[in-house]
Design a protein around this ligand. Structure first.
Ligand SMILES: Cc1ncc(COP(=O)(O)O)c(C=O)c1O
Length: 459
């Protein structure tokens, strides 16, 4: 498409409402219009090249030019551009994708339900938890617990679990059935002399206190990302999930693993659940399921949940929910091709081979006086910024330290993301090679050094 930067800018400001954007600043600043992609790079409408260090929104695992995915979509458009799975109907892409997804799913998952986004998947998992407990006659067991700084989308229910002030303030969230427990950020909240294991024990005790205070008979589910992504790339401390699971089992509370970012190799295994030995009752996934090429997400459930649903559908006459575009045949065909590529190219093996270099280059950045912690696993990482390393004090919000680094990196041709808590998120396409890892961290190191100088000068 021929693009005219000036008219793009004017029309964008006039007509497009942008998510997660300062709308007043946007009228001055205008959009960064991305027009092309190739491999791990994208280009804007002025011809500037960027290494996409966040894989779009943590999703474009196979990079921006995977022709097999375009071909799979074209074939499916030609064969059958739309059908659905309501009322006993099915399509070949849904059948094949369900079978393949379940064959690689975290252990215990036996059925897949398709939707269009991570938010819908979370919203649906919440409804599933309620439907499940009503089916068991446990009509009071409905509260859902998430973690502060967890990110679970923006729908009314999912946004209630996204415990980040920006996403809840003045949206009248969270709903009162949703409760929050601690962020497992050992760097920020571990106490002096406390080990990671002791921190995990403290958090599991705190979760148990919350459950007892609310009444275990009122708590349905705990929803958690294996690695918290948009809330600041927070890795679970040692033994965290094992200890949390003991508490959940004790009070018959479902564990929903939100694998929307972690799923499909991001942490060096197929699932974050594998990396952290999590035994979920339900799993949500999206993003890398189709390498971000088309909207598709899934909720997977265990047999014990399915058995209750089967009884519920006998009682009510049908399983009373579904989305017009859930299991869209073209999205499913693209997801299926994505999963085939992961297997044929041994994408997990590739992540495991690149991750050590990625994490080593990451750790070099902790030499900077403004990097409190450089943390990561597989091909997802973060820098947590501090104004003082020994006290771990943060910069004032007005300094906008993370945003300044992200802007500086962008000017050098690197996309990274400023996240809440003064954190820089890094999450490149899984296909990244070692030399490109060097390019990413060379640019990021230069951006950090320059920003460090500017922040120190301003202080
Ligand atoms: C862990 C997690 N869950 C849910 C969502 C919501 O997904 P979507 O933006 O597709 O609605 C996201 C989005 O980033 C996510 O990271």
């Amino acid at each position: 498409m021929v693009s005219n930067p000036n008219s793009n800018r004017t029309s964008d400001i006039a007509y497009a409402l942008h998510p997660y954007t300062n709308l007043a600043a946007h009228e001055e600043q205008g959009p960064l219009v991305i027009t092309q992609g190739d491999g791990i790079y994208v280009w804007d409408d002025k011809g500037n090249q960027y290494l996409e260090g966040l894989a779009g929104l943590w999703c474009v695992s196979l990079g921006f030019s995977e022709t097999r995915l375009a071909d799979a979509a074209a074939r499916q458009f030609a064969d059958l551009p739309y059908s659905h799975t309501f009322a006993h109907r099915s399509t070949e892409p849904v059948i094949e994708l369900s079978e393949r997804l379940i064959s690689i799913a975290p252990s215990g998952m036996t059925k897949a339900f398709f939707l269009n986004s991570g938010s819908e998947a979370i919203d649906t998992a919440i409804k599933f938890a309620w439907y499940y407990n009503n089916g068991r006659g446990l009509r009071d067991k409905k509260k859902i617990i998430s973690r502060l700084r967890g990110y679970h989308g923006v729908t009314v229910a999912g946004g209630s679990l996204t415990a980040i002030p920006l996403m809840q303030n003045d949206f009248d969230l969270p709903l009162d059935r949703m409760k929050q427990t601690d962020t497992p950020n050992f760097y920020r909240f571990g106490e002096a002399g406390e080990s990671e294991e002791a921190f995990s024990t403290r958090l599991a005790n705190s979760l148990e206190q919350l459950i007892l205070q609310e009444g275990p008979e009122t708590v349905a589910a705990f929803v958690a990302e294996p690695v918290m992504g948009a809330g600041g790339v927070i890795l679970p401390p040692a033994t965290y999930f094992q200890k949390i699971q003991v508490v959940l089992d004790k009070y018959d509370i479902l564990l929903v693993a939100d694998e929307v970012i972690c799923g499909f190799g991001r942490t060096g295994n197929m699932w974050g659940c594998n990396t952290y030995d999590i035994r979920p009752d339900m799993v949500t996934c999206a993003k890398q399921l189709s390498s971000g090429y088309l909207p598709i997400s899934a909720v997977m459930i265990s047999e014990k949940i399915y058995d209750v649903f089967k009884e519920q559908s006998r009682k009510h006459g049908a399983f009373g929910m579904g989305y017009t575009y859930g299991g869209h045949p073209v999205s499913c065909a693209v997801a299926l091709e994505t999963l085939k590529i992961y297997e044929e190219r041994d994408m997990i093996g590739h992540v495991q081979s690149v991750a050590p270099h990625f994490l080593e280059r990451l750790s070099e950045l902790s030499d900077s006086s403004i990097v409190g912690e450089a943390r990561g696993v597989g091909l997802i990482a973060a820098l947590e910024l501090v104004s003082d390393k020994s006290s771990r004090a943060q910069f004032s919000p007005e300094a906008k330290a993370a945003a300044a680094i992200a802007a500086n990196a962008l000017a050098r041709g690197l996309v990274v993301r400023a996240l809440p808590g003064d954190v820089i998120g890094i999450c490149p396409p899984l296909i990244i090679e070692n030399t490109q890892v060097d390019e990413l961290f060379d640019k990021l190191a230069a951006a950090v050094t320059e920003t460090e100088g500017l922040l120190r000068k301003a202080a």
